[in-house]
Design a protein. Structure first.
Length: 84
C-alpha cells in the first residue's frame, strides 16, 4: 500500500508527542484534547502508554499533529538554521 500522501508515514508516536509538547505545549494540548494524561501532571511516559492503548485518543493527537505540521517543520528549520 502506497503511503505517499500520508504525512504521518514513518513518524513514531513518540516523535509526534515530543514535537507537540515542544512546539504546542501540554497546556494547549489539554485544551484541545481533553484527556487526563495531558491535563494532570502530564509526562511523556504516561501519555505514550495511554495513547498506545486508546485508538480514539491517538487519532486526536495525530490530527492535531497534522494540523500543526507546517508550523512544527518551520520552527524546526529555524532552530537548525540557528545552530549552523
Amino acid at each position: 500500500m502506497e503511503q505517499a500522501n500520508n504525512p504521518l508515514h514513518g513518524i513514531t508516536l513518540e516523535t509526534i508527542l515530543t514535537d507537540l509538547v515542544k512546539y504546542v505545549g501540554w497546556e494547549k494540548m489539554a485544551e484541545k484534547i481533553k484527556i487526563r494524561c495531558f491535563m494532570f501532571e502530564p509526562n511523556m511516559k504516561s501519555s505514550l502508554s495511554f495513547l498506545r492503548k486508546t485508538p480514539w485518543a491517538r487519532q486526536k493527537v495525530e490530527v492535531m499533529y497534522t494540523f500543526n505540521l507546517k508550523t512544527i517543520n518551520r520552527l524546526k528549520a529555524e532552530e537548525k538554521a540557528k545552530e549552523e
